[in-house]
Write a protein that binds this ligand. Structure first.
Ligand SMILES: NC(=O)c1ccc[n+]([C@@H]2O[C@H](COP(=O)([O-])OP(=O)(O)OC[C@H]3O[C@@H](n4cnc5c(N)ncnc54)[C@H](O)[C@@H]3O)[C@@H](O)[C@H]2O)c1
Ligand SMILES: O=P(O)(O)OC[C@@H](O)[C@@H](O)[C@H](O)[C@H](O)CO
Length: 553
């Protein structure tokens, strides 16, 4: 298995002095002028000035000149993760090959915030890498990334996004829109009752019905990732723009095939199926579009003001688009592309014909342990994953989860040493530098646990074993839902509310008397598949786990 650990970078200048593009003002440098309260904003111009003045150790610039990149990738879901993962690999691939076709057009989803952070910076942002050296001392380095060449917000820029999706120069669409962003029902079909997806499907039908001569520039704002993608595919077909590959980079089991299935189902069922052009679009997608699966791995916590201050001290520039990451980075991509792609394998990615064993190992070992530490840790008041994994009881819980429940369900990919992988994951969790919080990892449990935990549970039950540690993790989630719903969850001195798209359903089902609680958990049909809901062994194990972990008051 090929993984990358980004080195603390030598100081290099990847850019040349720019005279265009920046809305940032002064080029004065706060790191040398203490009279300046705030350093100037990162942009092509200020970065070039900074680099020309000499960069401190541990700071490096874009691997390619951003101004020379054309847009070939559209990314839906411009959150923190893609900026620290795919955008980095895409830039490194361009640097390794000299291929300038792979600038990225990043599209935010629900808010304009990230677009507004990045536009004044000409798309530049830093990745602050926080790790530990062999002696446990904290290491920090910063890399400015330049592969993000355009940013859009659908609420304002839908016509621009649809045009980008349908441009003949766009060969790849990537996504990181969270588990809930897929609007997927438990049976795998798209939730067409979701108001955002329904609005997009109505717009799609209208656009499919429109005569070819009708300009589509006044198209209503796209409201869901799936709807935006479908509308972009319709435009792409209409423009005869050539083949397209859509790469899901979310923590979903079988992510590419899940997304391809949602696209197919949306085009072949009401309200779209049967409309003029729908069948032709479905046939065009089947021929011209691929949906490879991927396994993505890098711990990227939400950026805090403290991170920004730290980066500003290193860089001498203020970076509102900063992201934070551990040094580790891994990407395994199914080699199933409809057309050209960045040479990601030259940036450390593994291109393979079978991603499933990698994806399964990562979701079941890393992500399931992460969720275990998040719920059990937050219940004990641990603010960070690093604090939680240092708690001997929780360390033991994770070891039991992985050793007794997860590892027997895995086939090691590519000769991988699974116990060594477990140990490496636990060591990464123990890195306190990133400050990844239990509350962040614990959000959206209803969407995450089916991906991370319930597959293990199903496999162990099928093998005749009772997954007691998995039941303990499920119990910790239930206690967390009850505490956050009741307003009694306090972490780092702050009350934490329930953050989950199914919050009302969860609060209704999981609060109330202890009597029958395990039945109510297993009766959550949006979370627990029917085959598990009726399993008495799981019910008994969950009852025992709930009895061992009373409500926190
Ligand atoms: N952060 C990590 O460590 C990490 C690592 C591996 C994979 N991932 C994957 O990337 C995803 C995003 O992580 P991030 O760190 O960028 O998070 P983030 O909060 O920074 O960004 C989330 C993105 O998803 C969009 N989004 C959120 N809810 C949505 C919804 N209901 N509908 C449509 N779009 C929605 C947001 O607008 C934003 O663009 C994760 O959910 C996971 O699947 C993250
Ligand atoms: O990003 P999420 O919200 O799906 O999950 C939270 C974490 O478990 C996750 O982001 C991990 O840090 C990541 O999957 C590591 O690669």
């Amino acid at each position: 298995m090929s993984t990358t650990t980004e080195p603390a970078a030598p100081p290099t200048d990847g850019t040349t002095r720019s005279t265009t593009g920046s809305t940032a003002g002064s080029t004065a440098d706060a790191s040398t002028d203490p009279s300046l309260a705030t350093p100037p904003r990162l942009s092509l111009r200020t970065w070039a000035d900074r680099a020309a003045a000499g960069l401190p150790a541990g700071v490096r610039g874009p691997a390619v000149d951003p101004r020379g990149l054309r847009t070939g990738v559209v990314h839906l879901g411009l959150g923190a993760f893609t900026r620290a993962h795919q955008a980095v690999c895409t830039e490194d691939a361009a640097a390794a090959t000299g291929d300038d076709r792979w600038g990225v057009h990043g599209v935010t989803q629900r808010s304009a915030r990230v677009a507004e952070q990045l536009a004044p910076q000409d798309g530049l942002y830093g990745v602050l890498m926080l790790g530990q050296d062999g002696a446990g001392a904290e290491t920090a380095s910063l890399r400015v990334v330049g592969s993000l060449r355009e940013v859009s917000f659908p609420g304002r820029d839908t016509a621009r996004v649809l045009a980008a999706l349908a441009a003949p120069t766009t060969h790849v669409v990537t996504l990181t829109v969270t588990e809930k962003g897929y609007r997927r029902r438990p049976d795998g079909t798209p939730d067409v009752t979701d108001p955002d997806l329904a609005a997009d499907l109505a717009a799609l039908v209208d656009e499919l019905d429109a005569p070819a001569s009708r300009p589509l520039d006044d198209a209503p704002a796209a409201r869901s990732p799936l709807g935006m993608l479908l509308r972009g595919l319709a435009r792409s077909r209409r423009a005869d723009a050539g083949p397209l590959t859509v790469v899901s980079c979310d923590n979903l089991s079988d992510n590419g095939h899940v997304l391809g299935g949602l696209v197919h189902a949306a085009l072949t069922s009401p309200p779209v199926a049967g409309r003029a052009g729908a069948d032709a679009l479905a046939a065009w997608v089947a021929t011209h579009v691929r949906f490879p699966s991927t396994m993505v791995d890098r711990i990227v916590p939400a950026t805090t003001p403290a991170h920004r201050n730290r980066a500003a001290a290193l860089l001498g520039l203020r970076d509102e688009g900063l992201v934070v990451a551990e040094p580790f980075l891994q990407w395994v991509v199914e080699d199933d592309f409809a057309g050209p792609r960045p040479a990601w394998e030259q940036a450390g990615a593994t291109l393979t014909h079978d991603v499933a064993p990698y994806e399964r190992a990562k979701l079941r070992v890393l992500n399931a342990s992460h969720s275990a530490l998040a719920y059990a840790g937050a219940l004990r008041g641990h603010a960070t994953i690093a604090e939680a994994v240092a708690d001997p009881d929780l360390h033991a819980l994770v070891r039991a989860l992985v050793d007794e429940d997860v590892l027997p369900t895995l086939v090691a990919p590519d000769g991988m040493d699974l116990p060594a992988y477990r140990d490496e994951v636990l060591a990464r969790f123990a890195n306190p530098a990133t400050g990844h919080t239990t509350v962040q990892v614990g959000m959206d449990g209803s969407q995450k646990l089916p991906q991370r935990l319930l597959g293990t549970v199903a496999d162990r039950l099928a093998a005749g074993a009772v997954p007691a540690a998995s039941a303990a993790v499920l119990a910790a989630w239930v206690r967390w839902v009850r505490a956050t719903s009741a307003g009694t969850a306090v972490v780092a001195g702050r009350a934490v509310p329930l953050d989950d798209p199914l919050a009302p359903v969860l609060a209704e089902a999981l609060t109330g008397p202890e009597e029958g609680l395990a039945d109510r958990v297993l009766g959550l049909r949006q979370v627990v598949p029917p085959a598990l809901a009726g399993d008495d062994r799981l019910r008994d194990a969950l009852r025992a786990a709930l009895a061992a972990l009373p409500d926190r008051r």
